[in-house]
Design a protein. Structure first.
Length: 139
């Protein structure tokens, strides 16, 4: 600020209308047990974000599915009301796309991290087969 005199024609600034102070960056709370918060681990946060984005993608897929099948059913109703409705042909796109939707939902659980037991079992299988290490193979 400058030390110039204030212009009496200007209204005086109200200190209650001043901008709030900037907040410090987020610091996760520290556990009292001495362990750090898992949410603070960047690798875990990246995995969590990836999972949440995949679930959001499924919800979008489900919403579009319901909207399109609803539209096809409305077309079926509009064109068949005078003719006694007849054959419900929207069942075929609903079944085909529905299968894709079920597989999409199931795929959300396919990318789980292997457990230590699974890694140990796979290492034992490889040792029994006598599979050479990839880094030991020379050209």
């Amino acid at each position: 600020m400058t030390d110039q005199p204030r212009d009496p024609a200007l209204p005086e600034e109200d200190p209650s209308r001043a901008a709030p102070p900037l907040l410090p960056p987020y610091q996760p709370p520290r556990a009292s047990t001495g362990r750090s918060d898992p949410a603070a681990d960047p690798a875990l946060r990246a995995r969590a974000l990836k999972k949440l984005e995949a679930e959001k993608g499924f919800r979008i897929h489900l919403t579009v599915y319901l909207a399109v099948i609803g539209l096809l059913t409305a077309i079926w109703l509009a064109t068949g009301l005078g003719n006694g409705l007849g054959y419900y042909w929207p069942i075929w796109p609903a079944l085909g796309w529905g299968l894709g939707l079920v597989l999409h939902r199931a795929s959300l659980g396919w990318d789980k991290e292997p457990t230590e037991e699974e890694v140990d079992a796979e290492a034992r299988r490889l040792a029994q087969r006598g599979t050479p290490r990839r880094d030991a193979i020379e050209d």
